[in-house]
Structures are given as structure tokens and as C-alpha cells.
Design a protein around this ligand. Sequence first.
Ligand code: SR1
Ligand code: MG
Length: 423
Amino acid sequence: MDQQVKFLALSPESLPARLGTLPALVGTLGSNPAKWRVREVGDGNLNLVFIVESDVGSVVVKQALPYVRLVGESWPLPLKRSFFEFHALTRLGASDPGRLPAIHYFDEAQAIIVMDFLSPHIILRRALIEGRALPDIGRVLGEYLARAAFRNSDLCMKTADKKAAMALFAGNVELCDITENLVFSDPYFAAAMNRHTTPQLDALVTSLRADRDLKVAAQQMKHTFSAQAETLCHGDMHTGSVMVTEVDVKVIDPEFAFYGPFGFDIGMLLANYWMNFFSQRGHEGNGGREALRAELLDVVILTWDSFSAIFAQLWQTERNGILYQRSLFEDQGDHLGSEQALQHVLHGIWIDMLGFAGIEIHRRILGLAHNADFESIQDVDLRAACEARALKFGRHLAVNRASITYLHDLNALAMKLDQDVVK
Ligand code: SR1
Ligand code: MG
């Protein structure tokens, strides 16, 4: 007899009956599920997300669907992404305690994760679009990204543990496949699911698809993504995967987790800051956004500075893995050699980070999955102008990444493009 439990999608109506006796939920919400209040709030591309509240507590219940929610049942997607999200939440959370929501319960067969309801947090992307003052995101996320990158890599882990971790996440094939296609390839040809602001961007899109240097750069980044298994990446580290209050920052949604390059997550995040920067002209309304624009560019610099500072600190204190062993450097009194090796590793991360950032900017404007920063600009001509500036900036990042030295120079270019009249 088939022992497999049939997958059933939750609904606000069925959730209390289905989960109402689980000790993990009862402990937080109380033992009378009839009094639980359930709302489905998922607005992402893939999953169901419920907020469950009672008079005594609250949780979030996230359930994967067997297809891509954004597209529908015509695009099946395995439920096992929930398994990878569970393990990524656990491992990334252990790398920087408190930075990811705590897990209350996991049901692999039903692809359900129950976790902390983050309140009064809001999605960082929304905060940026609304022009809210930013919490300490540059420092906090830069430090988080460094801890996660370093502590899940061969710089720190026992080699057997790192190889086992790579094997575990190697199964997240379908989610990597989404990134491999949607991020690195589809934007550069007439892929079926692409869309862009038309007709305003048509000429620019045509020129980007014919841009040999850009296409080679995109494929170099795809090569790095698929072949450089350096650390556990979140895999979808955009501003929609961060929740904030004025005093707290949380990272959510690591279902795209995989073993990949050190520079991937930080590159995706910087891309999303820069995209928000370029979108701000479309959100000014009655008030100017000069201060926020300047703050966003500062956040870019702070993110990298914090990342490299913590990475350097961990290099001194937690470098216990198989790479750049102390026996070759510090133990021989060769501190300069250790420093040279560190700078070499950071330089590689820097170049990859810029390349990934450029490609991420392109795919959010040319591919299937756009972002609200641009999409919510009602004036289509204005939106296209913002997008065009970002596309030009993204090309520069991707193609010239190896010869860029300073974020200040990039920020100056972003400001210049932002002030240009788009032809
Ligand atoms: C089909 S999924 C499209 C996008 O949504 C996710 O958030 C990832 O960014 C993915 O590329
Ligand atoms: Mg997500």
C-alpha cells in the first residue's frame, strides 16, 4: 500500500483543523484553534503564506505549492524546496544568531514551515519604496552576509561537514534552474516569459541582446554561479527577502539556497539597493527623495565595508578549514602572507559581487520576475526612464567588473545617470 501522505494545500478555513493539535502551534497560539484568526498574505512568486493569530500569540505558516504561483500549474515546481528552506533557515540562522526567524515546526511531506511572525516588521523593499528612514541595514546585512559566507565555507568548516552540506543542497536543482535561466540567460534573448516596458525600452533591449561583451559577461557569471561552490548562499537575497523595523533587520525566505560563490548574495542585495535608487524619481510624489537617494548609496558602501571588515575578522579568528591554513602563514610568523591571501579572496568576492549585481539589475527589468520598485511607478514613460538608467548601470557593472576599484566611483556614475535626460 502506498504509505505516502497526499499533499494538500492549506487554506485559511482548513488550517486550524489541520494544524490545531500540533504542540508547537498550541504552545504559541493556545489550544482552541476555533479562536485562531488566519489570513493568507503571500504576495511572492512561489508559495502560500499565512499569518495565524490568537489572543495569546502568533506565527507564520509557509507552505510550498507544487507549482510556481506566479505562473500557475503549467510550471510545476517540487515541494522539496521547503526542505531546503528549512535547512537553510537553520544553518544561516546559526551563522548569525537571531538574524533569521526561528522555526517552530516543519512538515516535509506537506512542505509546511511554521516560524516566528515578525511584527511590526515590514518588507524592506516596501520601506524603501515608501521612502522611509532606513534602520541600520548596511551594517547589519553586511555583517550577516560575511558571517554566513565565511562560516559555511571551506575557510571555516571541517571538510567532511562542508562536503556533506554541499551534497545536501545539491538537490535544490529546480530552484537553481530558475536562477540559471531567468537571471543569467533569458534577459539576453527573446525568451517566452520575458517582458519589458514597451515600446519605450524596445531599442535598448535590442541593443543589449546584441551586446557581445554583455552576453559573455552574463555567461561568465552563470559559470561562476554553477561551478564555484564556495559557501551556502541564501540564493534570492533581494530586498523582498529582508524584513525591517526601525530597530531590527531579519532575513527571510532562503528557499533558493545552494552552494555557490561568496559574492552571489551580496551582489544581489547591492543590485536591489541600486535599483531602488534608480526607481526613486518615480516615487517622489510631492516630496523630493534626495536624502533617501544619498542614504541608499551610503548603504551600498556600508554593506561592503561591513562585509569585508567581518570577513577579515573571521579570517583571523575562525579560519579553521582546509583553505589558507595557518600552518602556511601565521604559524610561520608570515602575517603578511595571510593578509595577502585575505586580500586576494576579498578581491575575488568584489569582482563577482559587481558582476552578479549587474546581471540581477537586468533580469528584474527584462525577464519574467520584475520588482515593485519599478513596477509600481504608474507613469510608464517615467518608469521606462528609470529602468533605462538602471540597465545602463547594470551593463557597466557586469562588463567592467574586473576594472572597477571603488564603490564611490560607481555611486558617482549612478548619480550621473540618474540626472541624465534619457534619450
Ligand atoms: C519563477 S520564480 C521568479 C523569481 O521569484 C523568486 O523570488 C526568485 O527571485 C525568482 O527568480
Ligand atoms: Mg522569496
